[in-house]
Design a protein around this ligand. Structure first.
Ligand SMILES: Nc1nc2c(ncn2[C@@H]2O[C@H](COP(=O)(O)OP(=O)(O)O)[C@@H](O)[C@H]2O)c(=O)[nH]1
Ligand SMILES: [Mg+2]
Length: 409
């Protein structure tokens, strides 16, 4: 899993927990941000992942070697050269990239430190009409950032390539770049003719402004051409991707922060509720169980309970605070307490206005259980929801920071 996917999933979680808790507009905005991040095409990590696709013998492996500056992939003059797919990946790349290659079934991986942040995949020969081949390319597109279509002077106009591959996939044109390789085999004027013809065909395929590089990856004279331009382009594209990814992360972070603010999650998480509640129960149960009838015990207990509920609501703030207040307005607190005391007294009657010492523990236990059930439980539920939302917002912030660090690496 890549860092960005973690951020997106974190935002999904925040959205899920915020629904019904914060203002619907904030939920809608956060949900839209999560959807935009999730629907982003390409590899959702800090590496630019580029697939090299083309007919057999066009020079895919040679191009990879030329970019690598050394022999990584095996090159063959004998056609068809059935090679295993190969990935040329930055050394120390993020774990998400390994998962992607596993998923694509690319077992052969060569590490490089030539272009930090750029991975090249020598994947598929596409010169049979087999539907499987197009499906393969199609399945690849949402997962990687760009596809380099490697063409050569003999087969650049191959109707199969255009009709079966490029045209049906033209919706993904912004992920495509084209390399006309083996230009050393063309004289100067043929080069112009072929370049114009290729461009026209690509426009016909539905790619209005195709990006085309002219290269000689492995010419017999050993004088490579156009490789530096292609490498520079890929590096610019990596920079652009990082800018975009940072924008996606910033948007997710902002959406989560808005949800948190709207929910009133500005302070800490737990509000030390459990400790306070325990203290309150001890105070109330002792006071009430030894209190004389009509004495100060009830009023004191009521004041303490109201005080705690009020404080917790205030500190929880936002919608959570409002929910606590709505559930326990002062009149309701008094009603609950009176009910609880009444039930206890029905079970443990007083003698001469006081509960006899040997029944005090029973009375305290009953009181405590009933208050727990009618006040502590419902309060705890709201606070628990609040801390879960706070935790998921905090988790997202951590994941976002990690994703940003990865993009800087
Ligand atoms: N003349 C010329 N031959 C090339 C060039 N690039 C590759 N080749 C040759 O084309 C053949 C097929 O290349 P290869 O990289 O194996 O193609 P792949 O099947 O697409 O991987 C090999 O004999 C290469 O040496 C080039 O720029 N010019
Ligand atoms: Mg090859």
């Amino acid at each position: 899993m890549t860092e960005l996917i973690k951020v997106v999933e974190g935002l999904d979680l925040v959205v899920e927990m915020a629904a019904g808790v914060v203002h619907p507009d904030d939920v809608v905005r956060a949900r839209a941000a999560a959807a935009r991040a999730r629907d982003r095409r390409g590899y959702l990590g800090g590496t630019l992942v580029v697939g090299i696709i083309g007919g057999t013998g066009s020079g895919k492996s040679s191009l990879l070697n030329a970019l690598a500056g050394r022999r990584v992939a095996s090159v063959s003059p004998v056609r068809p050269h059935t090679a295993r797919p190969l990935a040329w990946v930055p050394a120390g790349a993020e774990p998400g990239l390994d998962h992607l290659l596993d998923r694509l079934g690319i077992a052969d991986r060569v590490a490089h430190d030539r272009f930090p942040g750029i991975a090249l995949l020598d994947v598929t020969d596409v010169d049979s009409v087999e539907l499987g081949h197009r499906r393969q390319v199609e399945a690849l597109l949402p997962l990687i950032d760009a596809v380099v279509w490697v063409l050569d002077p003999d087969k650049y106009a191959d109707p199969l390539l255009h009709a079966e591959f490029i045209r049906p996939l033209a919706d993904s044109a912004d992920q495509f770049l084209f390399v006309l390789n083996q230009i050393d085999r063309l004289g100067a004027s043929d080069r112009v003719t072929v370049a114009d013809d290729l461009r026209r065909r690509l426009v016909d395929d539905g790619i209005p402004s195709p990006i085309v590089f002219h290269t000689a990856a492995d010419p017999p004279d050993g004088e490579q051409r156009g490789i530096g331009d292609l490498a520079a382009y890929l590096e610019r594209r990596l920079d652009a991707k990082r800018v975009q990814m940072n924008a996606v992360i910033a948007e997710a972070r902002r959406a989560a922060r808005d949800v948190a603010a709207s929910a009133g999650l500005v302070g800490g998480g737990s509000l030390a509720f459990e400790e306070r509640w325990k203290g309150l129960l001890a105070e109330i149960t002792t006071g009430l169980s030894i209190a004389e009838e009509g004495g100060t015990g009830f009023e004191e207990a009521l004041a303490a309970l109201e005080d705690l509920v009020g404080r917790v609501a205030r500190e929880a703030g936002g919608t959570f605070g409002m929910r606590i207040r709505a559930a326990f307005p002062p009149a309701r607190i008094e009603e609950v307490l009176a009910g609880v005391v009444g039930e206890v007294e029905a079970q443990v009657p007083r003698e001469e206005g006081v509960i006899v010492p040997e029944r005090r523990a029973d009375a305290a236990g009953m009181l405590s259980d009933l208050l727990q059930e009618r006040v502590g439980g419902p309060l705890r539920e709201v606070l628990w929801e609040r801390s879960s939302l706070a935790a998921s917002v905090a988790g997202l912030a951590v994941d976002a920071a990690q994703a940003e660090a990865r993009l800087r690496a």
